[in-house]
Design a protein around this ligand. Structure first.
Ligand code: CP
Ligand code: NVA
Length: 312
């Protein structure tokens, strides 16, 4: 497939299902090409003189840096706009802010608490808006994760997400898995299963790829024979008030050596930041099957591809 033959220009990426299966594969294909060229020292200034506005209401290490570095590599400029430094802090509306920013920029990425705020922003923006994480989804992470799985073991087999399977990372990842035909085990305590809307989107995509979805409350059963074990923090940004309760609820769901032994010599994945010796032990995250830093690097490659396809 030639990734440029699909017309993605002008589209927003708010949730993982905003990309069709073909579009998802086109982003991966371009990301792979850009990654090879980056490592060969070949510049690819697809966004020369273009501007990326990066709005952040929550902290970030990887997302902010990978978007900014990626935009620079594409020959453009990225502006970091922290909410604390803007008139939003003093009550300017998201709609007015989006109208103003889209007059100065070619593409926007935004990390916000509420997904509904992102939708309001997209509705009022004249340029594409990319979700850089909300309470509902983290699609850039899932794209990078699928690229990482493809590079290490190919897109076959089963991914077990263990922990808060109703969080943003799990939701985007499960929809992404369905798009490429990977099975998804949600391994979680009762009450933390993926939301119904995400299960519906999984099934819609799986009807085309044959992916299977299952929920397990027992960690050992959920990871038995799987090819990838994925976890994330038990306390996402915005959930801090529940931190104590969550630490207690999730303690049986820690990824450690004894759990990893039950898998098919699985890759270990984590979106980072990791809370070491809470959701994952040091020996697993630093062990030979861990690909967490490849995932982090791949954020930049997939986001460069996304920016180019949506905004070039
Ligand atoms: N994985 C991820 O989004 O990391 P940051 O919160 O550091 O951006
Ligand atoms: N689920 C986590 C992901 C951080 C990258 C959070 O929302 O805080």
């Amino acid at each position: 497939m030639n990734c440029w033959s699909l017309n993605l220009k002008g589209k927003h990426l708010l949730g993982m299902d905003d990309l069709s299966i073909r579009e998802f594969n086109a982003v991966l294909e371009l990301a792979e090409r850009l990654k090879i060229e980056y490592h060969s020292g070949i510049a690819h200034p697809l966004m020369r003189d273009k501007v990326l506005a990066m709005l952040f209401e929550k902290p970030s290490t990887r997302t902010r840096i990978s978007f900014e570095a990626g935009m620079t590599q594409l020959g453009g400029h990225a502006m970091y706009l922290g909410f604390d430094t803007m008139q939003i802090k003093r009550g300017e509306t998201i709609a007015d802010t989006a109208k103003v920013i889209s007059g100065y920029s070619d593409v926007i990425c935004a990390r916000l608490y509420k997904h509904t705020t992102l939708e309001e922003m997209a509705k009022n923006s004249r340029v594409p808006v990319i979700n850089a994480l909300t309470d509902k989804e983290h699609p850039c992470q899932a794209l990078a994760d699928i690229l990482t799985i493809k590079e290490h073991i190919g897109l076959n087999g089963t991914v077990a997400f263990i922990g808060d399977a109703a969080n943003n990372v799990s939701h985007s990842l499960m929809i992404a898995c369905a798009k490429v035909g990977l099975n998804y085990h949600a391994v979680c305590p009762k009450g933390y299963e993926p939301k119904e809307w995400a299960v519906k989107l999984f099934e819609k995509n799986a009807a085309k790829t044959g992916a299977k979805f299952e929920v397990f409350n027992d960690p050992s059963e959920g990871v038995a024979g799987v090819d990838v074990v994925y976890t994330d923090t038990w306390v996402s940004m915005g959930d801090e008030a529940e931190a104590k309760k969550r630490e207690e609820t999730f303690k049986e769901y820690q990824v450690n050596q004894s759990l990893m032994k039950k898998t098919n010599n699985a890759l270990f994945m984590h979106c980072l930041p990791a809370h070491r010796n809470h959701e994952v032990t040091d020996d697993v995250i630093d062990g030979p099957n861990s690909v967490v830093f490849d995932e982090a690097e791949n954020r930049m490659h997939v986001q460069k591809a996304l920016i180019a396809l949506l905004a070039k």
